[in-house]
Design a binder for this molecule. Structure first.
Ligand SMILES: NC(=O)c1ccc[n+]([C@@H]2O[C@H](COP(=O)([O-])OP(=O)(O)OC[C@H]3O[C@@H](n4cnc5c(N)ncnc54)[C@H](OP(=O)(O)O)[C@@H]3O)[C@@H](O)[C@H]2O)c1
Length: 329
C-alpha cells in the first residue's frame, strides 16, 4: 500500500512524498479501512506548511482528515462493524491506501451516499452551518456578509443561509463564479476590484449585516469590520491571504464591533455527544437531499499526490481536488 508523508514543513507540493509499505494489521478493537476517496482542503496544506492549529507531534507525518473507505479487516473484539462496511474515517493521517482506526473512529457512511460527496461532508458544510447558528443570534431577514464566497465553505454558507431565510452579501475576486453563487441562493454578489468594500456592501443591502465571515484576513477583515452594524460580529475562520487581520479601532471602540474566531476542530473538542450527533444527523439529511453537492475539479490517484497538492494550491479552481486510493474494485 501507499501512504503520503512529509518529513519537514514547507511548500506542500515539494514536501509531500509517497511511501510504499506493507498493509497494516488491526489490533484489538481496531479496523483496517481501505480509503477510496481522500479530500484535500486548505487545512491540509497549512499542516504541511507548519501553519495549522493542530500540528502532528512528530515528523514524518501523514496529512488528511477527510475520507471515505471500506472496512477490509477486523481486529479482535470489534463488534459493530463488519468487512465491507463503508465508513467515514475520523482523525488525521488519512492520505493512505489503508489506515488503522479504533472502531469508534470509523462511523458508518450514510447508506447509498456518493463516496466523494460523503468524504467532503464533515468539514466544510459543518463549518458553514455552525458559523451561522453558533456564533450570533440571527433571525430570518437578517443580512450576513462573507468573503471568499465561492470557496466550498462559502457556497455552503449561501445554501444554509438561504434555507434559514438570511440574506447574503458575497464577496468574490472573479466574476465568472457569480452565476453559480446566485443559483445557490446568493442575494448579492460583489466582485472585489479594490473598491471601497464597506460602501459597496452598504449600497447593496437594505440593512447592515449582523455577521461577517472572513476567510481572507489582512485588510479584507477591516472592510468587513466597517460593513457590519454597530455591535456586529466579524468571525475569522481562514488564513487565505496569510496576512494579519486588521480592524479599524474606530469600529472597535465607537461601534463595539466584535472580532471572533471559529475553528471546527475546537468545536469538536468542546461539543458533547448529543451536539455532535445532532450535527451529523443534520448533515446526513442535507447530503441525502443534494444540498451539500460540491463541484470536483480533478481527481488524482494517491501516487500523484504531489500534482494533486500543487493543483489544490492553485487560484481560480472551479471545485475540489480529491485523492483516490488504489483500492477501487
Ligand atoms: N476554521 C475552520 O474550522 C475551517 C474549516 C473549514 C475550512 N476553513 C477555511 O475556510 C477557507 C475556505 O476553505 P474551502 O475548503 O472552502 O476552500 P476551497 O473550496 O478550496 O476554495 C478556496 C477559496 O479561497 C479563495 N482564495 C484563496 N486565496 C485567496 C485570497 N488571498 N483572497 C481571497 N480569496 C482567496 C479562492 O478564490 P478563487 O476561486 O478566486 O481562487 C477560493 O474561493 C479556508 O481558509 C479554510 O482553511 C476553516
Amino acid at each position: 500500500m501507499k501512504r503520503a508523508i512529509f518529513k519537514s514543513h514547507g511548500d506542500p507540493a515539494k514536501m509531500i512524498e509517497i511511501l510504499e509499505e506493507k498493509d497494516p494489521v488491526p489490533g484489538p478493537g481496531e479496523v483496517r479501512v481501505r480509503n477510496l476517496v481522500m479530500t484535500i482542503n486548505p487545512a491540509d496544506l497549512l499542516a504541511i506548511q507548519g501553519q495549522y492549529g493542530a500540528q502532528p507531534m512528530t515528523l514524518p507525518a501523514t496529512p488528511g482528515v477527510g475520507a471515505y473507505g471500506v472496512v477490509d479487516a477486523l481486529g479482535h473484539g470489534v463488534s459493530q462493524l463488519k468487512v465491507g462496511d463503508a465508513v467515514l474515517p475520523v482523525g488525521s493521517g488519512l492520505w493512505a491506501d489503508a489506515v488503522i482506526l479504533k472502531e469508534r473512529m470509523a462511523p458508518k457512511a450514510p447508506a447509498g451516499c456518493d463516496p466523494e460527496q460523503a468524504a467532503l461532508m464533515r468539514a466544510n458544510p459543518a463549518t458553514a452551518y455552525l458559523m451561522l447558528t453558533d456564533m450570533v443570534k440571527l433571525e430570518a431577514g437578517d443580512w450576513i456578509v462573507q468573503n471568499a464566497a465561492n470557496s466550498n465553505v462559502g457556497r455552503m454558507v449561501i445554501r444554509f443561509a438561504h434555507e434559514l431565510g438570511l440574506k447574503t452579501v458575497n464577496i468574490v475576486r472573479r466574476g465568472d463564479v457569480a452565476k453559480a453563487l446566485r443559483s445557490d441562493g446568493a442575494d448579492i454578489v460583489i466582485i472585489d476590484e479594490g473598491q471601497d468594500m464597506a460602501a459597496a456592501i452598504s449600497s447593496a443591502t437594505s440593512a447592515m449585516p449582523k455577521l461577517a465571515l472572513d476567510a481572507v484576513g489582512g485588510s479584507a477583515t477591516e472592510a468587513l469590520g466597517a460593513a457590519v452594524m454597530d455591535r456586529g460580529t466579524v468571525v475569522v475562520y481562514g488564513l487565505l491571504s496569510g496576512e494579519t487581520n486588521q480592524l479599524n479601532p474606530r469600529d472597535l471602540v465607537f461601534r463595539d464591533v466584535k472580532l471572533r474566531g471559529f475553528w471546527l476542530f475546537d468545536w469538536y473538542r468542546t461539543a458533547n455527544r448529543q451536539k455532535m450527533h445532532d450535527l451529523h444527523s443534520f448533515l446526513e439529511a442535507k447530503l441525502a437531499k443534494g444540498i451539500l453537492q460540491t463541484d470536483i475539479e480533478a481527481r488524482y490517484p494517491l501516487d500523484h499526490v504531489r500534482e494533486a497538492v500543487a493543483h489544490a494550491a492553485r487560484d481560480g479552481r472551479n471545485g475540489k481536488i480529491l485523492l483516490k486510493g488504489n483500492n477501487d474494485a
